[in-house]
Design a protein around this ligand. Structure first.
Ligand code: CP
Length: 307
């Protein structure tokens, strides 16, 4: 039963719970008007200690489209965080006012810490380089909807695999599906951490430094940004930032039914001339993000007692 749970890592939900969540997200997408007043009287606290466009707006839009309301901050310095208040005290206080809270934080583990002090469900909206479970829900729903199944795909992850929380979350979540092949494409300095690779059991892993060498084998290409904010050294960032740029030409050897995903924001790793290619699905992916967050909030607050 998902009602009342915290979502800190994607594996906090079983595969069966994920399937039910995705079914609900697609039902909402088909008939959004049926859900307009599901959460009348409920309040979401939106606690963003780090910048966001998609995650924050899609959560807030999700709550509003369900008839609920939103309080919170997008800039922690506008709250008592600026006076040194701890995450534990902030969440204890917010829980006096709201029914559910979503938290993004630059420090790994902050949402988990919050969950230990919280009587209301906490949703991790991204913690440092660790996990981004609702991006993973978004990604899995996109793959299930557009590829028909999550099982038995060759998935290419390209870019910053060292610091990228979206790829860490998605790879760990995909390891629960059958017969996956993981293709990791990165400069050696930004390779997938060993502890993630070690968690992949018997799934096949291919590691390369060059996308052109493997693009023809890939069913799902997951591009990521080289993240300036995670580098300690600006020179190193500048050297690596344009290592991969996906262009229309580079897609010429890719499968016709491959899909190109990206959690966004992008900088220059996907040239805008790729956007018109039907295989580019990253804005559709962003829209699935709102529907899956609507389904998640609804399930966490009401379980199966919804329309
Ligand atoms: N994909 C994602 O997390 O985007 P934002 O940082 O804009 O929320």
């Amino acid at each position: 039963m998902i009602k009342g749970k915290h979502l800190i890592e994607p594996t906090d939900l079983t595969l069966e719970e994920l399937d039910l969540l995705f079914d609900l997200a697609l039902a909402i997408e088909s008939n959004p008007k049926d859900y307009l007043s599901e959460l009348n009287g409920y309040l979401l606290a939106s606690l963003f200690y780090e910048p966001s466009t998609r995650t924050r707006f899609s959560f807030e839009a999700a709550m509003l489209r369900l008839g609920g309301q939103v309080i919170g901050f997008s800039e922690p310095n506008s709250s008592s965080v600026s006076k040194g208040e701890s995450v534990a005290d902030t969440i204890r206080t917010v829980a006096c006012y709201a029914d559910i809270a979503v938290m993004r934080h630059p420090k790994e583990g902050a949402p988990k810490l919050a969950s230990k002090h919280s009587p209301i469900p906490i949703i991790n909206a991204g913690d440092g380089g660790h996990q981004h479970p609702t991006q993973t829900l978004t990604d899995l729903l996109t793959i299930r909807s557009l590829k028909g199944s999550i099982h038995k795909n060759v998935v290419g992850f390209c870019g910053d695999l060292k610091f990228g929380r979206t790829v860490h979350s998605l790879v760990k979540a995909m390891a629960r599906y059958d017969d996956m092949t993981f293709v990791f494409v990165s400069p050696p300095e930004l390779a997938m951490p060993a502890h993630i690779k070690d968690s992949l059991g018997s799934h096949k892993i291919i590691e390369v430094n060059n996308l052109e060498d493997v693009i023809d084998q890939i069913d799902i290409l997951y591009m990521t940004r080289i993240q300036r904010e995670r580098f300690f050294n600006e020179e190193e960032y500048l050297r690596l930032k344009s290592y991969f740029v996906l262009t229309k030409d580079k897609l010429s050897t890719a499968k016709n039914d491959m899909i190109v995903m990206h959690p966004l924001p992008r900088v220059d790793e996907i040239h805008p001339n790729v956007d018109e290619d039907p295989r580019a699905v990253y804005f559709q992916q962003a829209q699935y993000g709102m529907y899956v967050r609507m389904a998640l909030i609804l399930k966490l607050l009401k379980g199966d007692a919804h329309a």
